[in-house]
Design a protein around this ligand. Structure first.
Ligand code: NAP
Length: 283
């Protein structure tokens, strides 16, 4: 078997076109969906991420502001800035780029964002909404994974999904989303004694670890669907995921590549969440 590639760039293009259409409809009513991106410090990776997010907004009819602050900004000043953005009617979504400098409590900053503008889906109210099946913003990366499964018409009911990783931004929300679609879900992590025994039972595997070759061909049931969230560098310095792509492609039915898989979907779902925030604000 040679796995079919789930192309995150192609799917993003479709979903972003829909965002642009809906943004245009809002603009016709005098409302431009607006995202505020707040960056503190000069982390090079964060600078690339925020640039890509701002550009994606501009390309799809959303308004965005990038607020850059020196790493020495006090937590109190950042909290005050977030509170001002909560009150700004031109801003429908607020994203504080993580990581924050060490002297700041990231969770405290996230909790200062109004849940109605929490387009990253990291606020405890958003996490609670996902857990209880109430309306709220879903974290963009696992939300993008769900869209990728939807794009291949995959019915999760009765399937066994194994999520590797249990972070608050990927692994745990991923497991809850899969559960909500009636999969039987297993969450694995660094203290899981026999990862292979778990993954071999899986119809769907989501790898969200941050280590190369966490998932190899011998760990995958023939025909399984494999989503690779990981972002790592190989020996040549090139971007790669958690999955041994070449090996697993020979066993899986579908697989997401790195780059060009989950990565672009994350930004796409940020646009979708921001648009939804603007639509909700007008209701
Ligand atoms: P994280 O907070 O570091 O979590 C990693 C998880 O992997 C932890 O739960 C950890 O277990 C688990 N783990 C570590 N070693 C393991 C092993 N050998 N076997 C099984 N589980 C193991 O990372 P994250 O923020 O969730 O991100 C995960 C990866 O996804 C990273 O590469 C990150 O760069 C990438 N990512 C990509 C996107 C995107 O847009 N494509 C977005 C977000 C993240 P413990 O909990 O026991 O420590």
């Amino acid at each position: 078997m040679t796995a079919q590639i789930i192309d995150g760039n192609a799917l993003s293009k479709q979903l972003r076109a829909d965002v642009a259409t809906r943004a245009q409809a809002l603009r016709a009513k005098g409302i431009t969906p607006g995202l505020a991106v707040v960056l503190v410090g000069d982390n090079p990776a964060s600078q690339v991420y925020v640039r890509n997010k701002v550009k994606a907004c501009e390309d799809n009819g959303l308004f965005s502001v990038l607020e850059k602050y020196d790493a020495s900004l006090s937590e109190a000043d950042l909290l005050a800035r977030v509170k001002a953005l909560n009150k700004d009617p031109a801003i429908h979504g607020i994203l504080v780029q993580l990581p924050l400098p060490g002297h700041m409590d990231a969770q405290k900053v996230i909790e200062a964002i109004s849940p109605s503008k929490d387009v990253d889906g990291f606020h405890i109210a958003s996490a609670g909404a996902l857990m209880t099946g109430m309306p709220g913003f879903w974290p963009c990366t696992p939300y993008g994974c769900m869209k990728m499964l939807e794009s291949i018409g995959y019915d999760l009911r009765g399937k066994h999904a194994v999520v590797i990783g249990r972070s608050n931004i990927v692994g745990k929300p991923m497991a809850l989303m899969l559960l909500q679609k009636n999969a039987t879900v297993t969450i694995c992590h660094s203290a899981t004694p026999d990862l292979k025994a778990m993954t071999l039972q899986a119809d769907v595997i989501v790898a969200a670890v941050g280590k190369r070759n966490v998932l190899t061909a011998d760990m995958v049931k023939p025909g399984a669907v494999v989503l690779d969230v990981g972002m790592n560098r190989n020996d040549e310095g090139k971007l790669c995921g958690d999955v041994d792509f070449e090996g697993v492609t020979a066993v899986a039915s579908h697989i997401t590549p790195v780059p060009g898989g989950v990565g672009p979907m994350t930004i796409t779902m940020l646009l979708v969440n921001t648009l939804e925030a603007a639509e909700r604000a007008t209701k």
